[in-house]
Design a protein around this ligand. Structure first.
Ligand SMILES: [Zn+2]
Length: 418
């Protein structure tokens, strides 16, 4: 190649030069403490926060972003998402997506849903499965390469469960079609092997679904999974609603109970004692009504909606560690995935959780559960530049989060305040 052409080519192909950005933050929220600092300057350099404070000087070469009239806080997180999955209520059971959509289609769907959520302020998401053949891991790589914008993603790989995935009552002659999305593992050794497979294909965490049938994992099997995941530096998330199956999950050492709709106060107290997170996926009643019931628990939206609020209320009083998780998988006409995720705020409010604790659950606590507290979840020196802003104060009115109008991820402005 001609030398001049070569230089031109390299310039075009090189990623955008790292830019220093200085943000004037009128009101800076620290969700870990629920406090506000006025008139702060945040300097972001090479993707990370270089300095923050009232008397921080603005570097000469910095792009200045004026958020002096805004409420600024760390990017939001969701510990239970399915970015590569969407069910259209009333159209088809969720199994139809396994059969009709390719892994490539699901990855592209993940680009779209990930961008909708990123633009709404969710800079980090933990995807807990239903991603066909590891679509989330490919999406994560594409985002990392800078080919597409998207949130920072953690991916679970295939969901590991006792025989049958999350499908019930399928005819025997159909065969294990759920294996497109799940790994059947019915002994501690099979669980270990499934974990190895997921890690091999890029899983950042391990997700089990234990109680989709009358059989479920024993405490020893959960412990085997927890040990295997922890030895590999990964958290163990377990889908369980309640009952004896949940006892086993909590006692076996899972890092988080996903859903836990029917957990008792006693179980919540045990979780507090053991430091287990509740990722409650606290569905609003209207969303529950749109789900295709896969089991009896999901059949009565009103009853379950009330039960979720009551359970969240008790969990909050007991003082269980809680990380925000939405589990939004359905689509509703005229509404984005982000609109639907913000609907959960009303449930948290109805359960009596303070706005400060909701913000904590959506940032600090998620970062802790995701094992990324040293990198994300706070606006502090050394953290990644994951910063959002909005015109209203979410500590006063939590619904202000719906009006996020500035989003920065890894120091890159993906949405500018107007
Ligand atoms: Zn889920």
């Amino acid at each position: 190649m001609h030398r001049k052409l070569m230089v031109a080519f390299l310039l075009c192909a090189a990623p955008a030069m790292a830019q220093t950005v200085a943000i004037r933050a009128g009101s800076l929220i620290d969700p870990a403490k629920g406090t506000v600092s006025k008139d702060q300057v945040i300097v972001v350099k090479d993707g990370k926060i270089a300095a923050v404070g009232a008397s921080v000087a603005i570097p000469k070469d910095a792009q200045v972003v004026d958020l002096s009239k805004e409420w600024v806080m760390p990017g939001l997180m969701d510990a239970h998402t399915h970015v590569t999955f969407e069910e259209i209520p009333g159209k088809a059971p969720f199994e139809a997506m396994y059969l009709k959509e390719s892994t490539a289609y699901r990855a592209l769907q993940g680009v779209h849903i990930g961008q909708v959520l990123l633009n709404a302020g969710f800079t980090t998401m933990r995807d807990v499965g239903n991603e066909a053949d590891y679509a989330c891991e490919d999406l994560r790589k594409a985002i990392h390469q800078g080919w597409v914008d998207g949130p920072t993603l953690q991916c679970s790989g295939k969901i590991i469960g006792p025989f049958g995935g999350q499908s019930k009552g399928m005819p025997e002659e159909v065969g294990g079609f759920w294996l497109h999305e799940y790994i059947d593992a019915d002994t501690a050794d099979e669980i270990r092997k499934a974990i190895h497979q997921n890690i091999y294909y890029g899983a950042d965490l391990i997700k089990l679904a234990t109680d989709n049938s009358d059989y479920f994992y024993t405490e020893d099997e959960i412990r085997a999974a927890a040990d295997e995941a922890h030895n590999a530096g990964r958290a163990l998330a377990v889908h369980v609603y309640g009952g004896k199956a949940a006892d086993n999950v909590i006692r076996g050492g899972a890092d988080s109970v996903e859903h836990g709709f029917t957990l008792t106060e006693e179980q919540l107290k045990l979780m507090k004692e053991k430091g287990t997170y509740l990722v409650g996926t606290d569905f609003p009643e209207a969303h529950l009504a749109g789900l295709n019931p896969s089991n009896d628990t999901l059949a009565d939206a009103k009853k379950l909606g009330d039960q979720i609020i009551a359970r969240l209320n008790v969990a909050n009083k007991v003082g269980v560690k809680m990380a925000f998780g939405s589990d939004t998988v359905t689509s509703m006409p005229g509404r984005t995935r982000a609109d639907m995720v913000f609907d959960y705020l009303a449930v948290w409010k109805a359960a009596g959780v303070s706005n400060a604790n909701i913000l904590k659950a959506m940032t600090t606590n998620c970062a802790d559960l995701l094992r990324i507290s040293k990198e994300r979840g706070a606006i502090a020196e050394g953290q990644y530049g994951d910063i959002i802003a909005m015109p209203g104060n979410p500590l006063e009115e939590i619904e202000s989060l719906r009006k996020v109008n500035f989003v920065m991820k890894n120091g890159k402005i993906v949405r500018e305040a107007k």
